[in-house]
Design a protein around this ligand. Structure first.
Ligand SMILES: O=C1O[C@H](COP(=O)(O)O)[C@@H](O)[C@H](O)[C@H]1O
Length: 240
């Protein structure tokens, strides 16, 4: 694993760096293969990145978009991660509908929905269990509590090792999330985190002896892939 931590002066510089890195990964991959697979993070941090991506002159027909986690709400709910990405980016570009792989949230049973998305990933990538699909790029955020995707501290989702998708839980509400082994299979994982409120969790995540069950972002270390931590100074000035 190649791990790289970079601290940018402010949020604007963080987004500019994230955009440059995502574009580099897309263009380098598309020189060698016919399509590029990217899994998106939700929350507030990546929104300006998605807005910036919407004006890039890319061949969107070659890019397939997935989500690393989703709140268990309808696609038009203000909390929906796919809604945010759609409004900021995907609705503004000429991307074929078939290239957008929404997380299903319409089944009353989130476990059935998790199985549906799991089946979709396995079918689309042509990968059977016990192997896992390999994403070209997974974008991740990190919550103030150290969670990433919807892998929250001290939840059963952290230990799921035989599935691509499982049900996470936040304040008693279900969410669908990529599992740790699926994320760790990626060719490249980029964490993007900003703001002073992330500092205490980052301290635990970067410490040599932290507790991964309390700070789930520690579990992400793709053995054969690249791992980037892009931080703004407010979040990360003391870590490099
Ligand atoms: O709930 C979530 O939170 C994290 C972090 O979000 P942020 O608002 O602090 O940027 C995000 O990465 C995850 O995808 C999302 O569902």
């Amino acid at each position: 694993m190649q791990k790289l931590v970079e601290v940018l002066a402010d949020k604007q510089a963080l987004i500019a760096k994230s955009l440059a890195l995502v574009l580099e990964k897309i263009t380098t991959s598309l020189d060698q293969q016919d399509y590029f697979t990217i899994a998106l993070s939700g929350g507030s941090t990546p929104k300006p990145l998605y807005e910036a991506l919407s004006s890039q002159p890319l061949d969107w027909s070659k890019i397939h978009v997935f989500w690393g986690d989703e709140r268990y709400v309808s696609p038009d709910h203000p909390d929906s991660n796919q809604r945010m990405a759609r409004l900021a980016w995907l609705d503004r570009i000429a991307i074929p509908a078939a290239n957008i792989h929404h997380v299903p949230t319409d089944d009353p049973d989130p476990y059935l929905a998790a199985q549906k998305y799991d089946d979709h990933l396995r079918q689309w990538f042509g990968v059977n269990s016990p192997d896992f699909p390999v994403f070209d790029l997974i974008l991740l955020g990190m919550g103030d509590d150290g969670h990433t995707a919807s892998l929250f501290p001290h939840t059963a989702a952290l230990t799921v090792s035989d599935r691509c998708i499982t049900v996470g839980e936040k304040d008693g509400n279900p969410r669908l999330t990529f599992t740790v082994p699926l994320i760790n299979r990626a060719r490249c994982v980029i964490f993007i985190a900003a703001g002073e409120s992330k500092r205490p969790a980052l301290h635990e995540i970067f410490s040599a002896y932290g507790d991964s069950f309390s700070y789930p972002s520690r579990l992400i270390h793709p053995p054969a892939g690249e791992l980037y931590w892009l931080l703004d100074a407010a979040a990360g000035s003391s870590f490099v």
